[in-house]
Design a protein around this ligand. Structure first.
Ligand SMILES: NC(=O)c1ccc[n+]([C@@H]2O[C@H](COP(=O)([O-])OP(=O)(O)OC[C@H]3O[C@@H](n4cnc5c(N)ncnc54)[C@H](O)[C@@H]3O)[C@@H](O)[C@H]2O)c1
Length: 257
């Protein structure tokens, strides 16, 4: 089977698909022949949808009602979601003693509650079809912690737990659930962090990458979002049908030590 027909007849929903990792995943699945629905809170999602011949569903995943509406709209458009990629995410850096409560809760909503709600909405049709793939974009911070990222680390660890738990519940229906745990990846989210840290620490951007972000890594290179998209595509393939409940780090050795 050639790469263009591999995902024909499959519909994928990528949350936060307007930028970075989600954008690469949308392009990768579209190139494999899948129908791609792209959610984002920002209109950049529309541009990606136009580029891949997909559909844009604008919604704010921090709001539970919007998440439910997104799921309903996706089902109305496509009938069924075969592959759910829970990717949308954002960061806020603060000490736990001063972390603003509303932002803490909001991050958990975007990166953990929304994946749960979408999973719950799409699983019945996946079960009926006896096929489904759920791919959760966690992080190295789903496996280990760093200071000043309590909401992010909690959400990403929670997402790994959700991945394992749901995998055990749906395995008999041909549905797999896996997490990808990337290290620092060259996306707008990380470019903004590099700028911030260079300013705060008074050092060059290259130094922030080499000496701060990638200090624990075996290979001093930021991850390419397209590499994450290839891994997501593999996890959605037939060859990966027995891979479930797993968390794949793609982190240049960041979590190896
Ligand atoms: N970049 C990294 O180094 C890195 C590392 C590990 C994990 N991740 C994870 O990868 C995922 C994608 O991150 P990225 O680096 O591509 O970031 P990004 O900022 O480039 O893209 C994230 C997208 O999510 C969207 N989004 C944010 N809040 C949303 C909301 N409330 N509702 C709907 N959409 C929303 C944004 O508008 C944006 O388009 C995130 O879950 C992030 O935690 C990124």
């Amino acid at each position: 089977m050639n790469s263009v027909s591999r995902m024909r007849n499959r519909t994928v929903l990528v949350t936060g698909g307007g930028s970075g990792v989600g954008r690469s995943i949308a392009h990768e699945f579209a190139a494999s022949g899948a129908r791609v629905l792209i959610n984002d809170i920002r209109d950049v999602g529309e541009e990606v949808a136009n580029n891949v011949g997909g559909e844009f569903l604008k919604a704010d995943l921090s709001d539970q009602n919007s998440v439910s509406q997104l799921a309903e709209e996706a089902i109305k458009i496509a009938g069924r979601i075969d592959i759910l990629v829970n990717n949308a995410g954002t960061q806020h850096v603060d000490g736990v003693d001063v972390f603003p409560d509303d932002i803490w809760v909001k991050l958990i909503h975007i990166m953990l509650v929304a994946p749960f709600l979408l999973t719950k909405q799409f699983i019945p049709a996946m079960k009926e079809n006896r096929w489904g793939r759920i791919i959760n974009i966690s992080s190295i911070h789903g496996l280990v912690a760093s200071p000043f990222k309590s909401a992010y680390v909690s959400a990403k660890h929670g997402l790994v737990g959700l991945t394992k738990s749901v995998a055990l519940e749906v395995g008999e229906y041909g549905i797999t659930v896996n997490a990808i745990c990337p290290g620092y990846t060259r996306t707008p989210l990380v470019e903004a962090q590099i700028d911030d840290q260079a300013r705060t620490l008074g050092i060059e951007k290259d130094e922030v990458v080499d000496k701060v972000m990638l200090a624990p890594a075996a290979i001093k290179e930021l991850i390419d979002p397209d590499d994450i998209a290839k891994l997501a595509s593999f996890l959605a393939s037939e060859e990966a049908r027995l891979i479930t409940g797993s968390s794949y780090s793609i982190d240049a050795g960041w979590t190896a030590r």
